[in-house]
Write a protein that binds this ligand. Structure first.
Ligand code: AR6
Length: 178
C-alpha cells in the first residue's frame, strides 16, 4: 500500500478487487460505450450489482471516450458507481487527454453528488490496451492536480488487480509533484 495526503485529500494505491471496497462512497467502472456488462472491471461490477445496474444505465448510454456518468450501486457495497469510458489505445485520440478526462470527469460527478470517497480501477489498461506505465502516470498526475480544488471528496483509492500494477501506480504516486 502506498499513500499520500495532499491538502487534506488522501490518495492511496492498494492491490485488490474493485467490488470489495466496502468503505468507499463510489467505485469507478471501466465501462464500455453501451454501459453494459462486459469483461474485466465492468463484468465484476455488473455481476455483483445485479441486473438493476444495467437497467439504470441503459438510458444513460451511449457515452464517449473521456466521459463519466453516475448511477446507483444497487447490490454493491457502495451507494454509487461512476462509469468512465476510457480510450481504446491506438484508436481514440488524443489518448492521453481522453484518459485524463476520465479521471477529471469522474471526480466532477463525485463532487456534484457530494461524495467523500471514490475508488478507481486502472482505466483502459486491460481490454483497451493502454500501456500501464503511461496510464498510471496520467491517472496519478490528474488526481494530484485536481486535489486542491476538491470540496467534498477527501479520499481517493486506486485498486490494482496485480502486484506489478500496484508497484507502477505506487511509484507514480511517490514521484508525483504537487
Ligand atoms: N478489480 C480491479 N481491477 C480489475 C478487476 C477487478 N475486479 N478486473 C480487472 N481489473 P478492463 P478497460 C483490472 O479490461 O481496459 C470491458 O470488457 C485489469 O487487470 O476492465 O478500460 C468493458 O466492457 C486492468 O488492469 O478495462 C469494456 O469493453 C484494469 O482493471 C472494456 O473491458 C482495466 O481492465 C474496458 O477496457
Amino acid at each position: 500500500m502506498t499513500s499520500r495526503t495532499i491538502v487534506g485529500v488522501t490518495i492511496e494505491c492498494i492491490q485488490g478487487d474493485i467490488v470489495d471496497q466496502l468503505d468507499m462512497d463510489a467505485v469507478v467502472n471501466a465501462a464500455n460505450v453501451q454501459l453494459a456488462p462486459g469483461g474485466g472491471v465492468a463484468g465484476a461490477i455488473h455481476r455483483v450489482a445485479g441486473p438493476g445496474l444495467a437497467r439504470e444505465c441503459a438510458p444513460l448510454a451511449p457515452i464517449r471516450p473521456g466521459e463519466a456518468v453516475i448511477s446507483g450501486g444497487h447490490d454493491l457495497p457502495n451507494p454509487h458507481v461512476i462509469h468512465c469510458l476510457g480510450p481504446v489505445y491506438g484508436m481514440d485520440e488524443p489518448a492521453d487527454e481522453l484518459l485524463a478526462a476520465c479521471y477529471r470527469n469522474a471526480l466532477a460527478r463525485a463532487e456534484e453528488t457530494g461524495l467523500g470517497s471514490v475508488a478507481f480501477p486502472s482505466i483502459s489498461t486491460g481490454a483497451f490496451g493502454y500501456p500501464v506505465e503511461p496510464a498510471a502516470k496520467i491517472a496519478i498526475d490528474t488526481v494530484v492536480d485536481a486535489a486542491p480544488s476538491l470540496k467534498t471528496v477527501q479520499r481517493l483509492r486506486f485498486v490494482l488487480h496485480s502486484e506489478s500494477d500496484l508497484g507502477i501506480y505506487g511509484r507514480a504516486l511517490e514521484g508525483s509533484s504537487v
